[in-house]
Design a protein around this ligand. Structure first.
Ligand SMILES: Nc1ncnc2c1ncn2[C@@H]1O[C@H](COP(=O)(O)OP(=O)(O)OP(=O)(O)O)[C@@H](O)[C@H]1O
Ligand SMILES: [Mg+2]
Length: 194
């Protein structure tokens, strides 16, 4: 059986990291090899991006280019080799976060799509949808983007740019329900459908 490429997207505090870890463990429990990964990556470009979410001041277009550069390495070094080895790949954030966040920062959408033109659409996109006030209330740390007003724009941008096949999950539900819905989608995909 060949592996699938699954991306989890959503605003800050939607539950992406929690759901990503749960799905990877679920796959392994089913006897399926699965790699858990994330963006920004732990590599050098990911480090600069993380600094730019704090004190390092960059222009939104510079951040957009860095996210695309980080993603290029992520695809070449981590995602493609795992998929070629028949493994599943579960990524905590991917392309659609770039389009939504950098789009909300004012970067032109056609430019964002162009600089990310190398990045394939995943087999499965799980979008965890939650109101910004709820997402922010779940978080301890604060970074550049964790502002409810900004996240409202991000959420509206996600609604515009997500691919048609994205599976929307109501992430305001109790975590147990969110995990059950997410796992159900993955189970159906293992059994055949997309
Ligand atoms: N459906 C839920 N109901 C209540 N709490 C939740 C739910 N989902 C996640 N949480 C909790 O909210 C916090 C944030 O979750 P998580 O780190 O998974 O979000 P995230 O989307 O990865 O956030 P970030 O964008 O900051 O990386 C965690 O403490 C997690 O346990
Ligand atoms: Mg997270």
């Amino acid at each position: 059986m060949t592996g699938k490429f699954l991306a989890i997207e959503g605003i800050d505090g939607a539950g992406k990291t929690t759901v990503a870890g749960h799905i990877q463990r679920f796959l392994v429990d089913q006897g399926i090899e699965a790699v858990l990964t994330r963006e920004p990556t732990r590599g050098p470009i990911g480090d600069v991006i993380r600094r730019s979410l704090g004190d390092l001041e960059l222009h939104p277009y510079q951040r957009a280019l860095l996210f695309a550069a980080d993603r290029y390495g992520h695809l070449k070094d981590v995602i493609a080799p795992a998929l070629e080895a028949g493994k599943w790949v579960v990524t905590d954030r991917y392309l659609y976060s770039s389009l939504a966040y950098q789009g909300a920062e004012g970067v032109d959408m056609a430019f964002l799509r162009f600089i990310n033109g190398f990045a394939p659409d995943p087999d499965i996109v799980l979008y965890l949808d939650v109101l910004p006030d709820i997402g922010v209330s779940r978080l301890q740390k604060r970074d550049r983007f964790e502002d409810s007003a900004f996240l409202r724009t991000v959420r509206a941008t996600f609604a515009e740019i997500l691919p048609r096949h994205a599976l929307h999950i109501d992430a305001a539900q109790p975590l147990k329900e969110v995990l059950a819905v997410a796992t159900g989608h993955v189970k159906r995909s293992i059994e055949g459908g997309r």
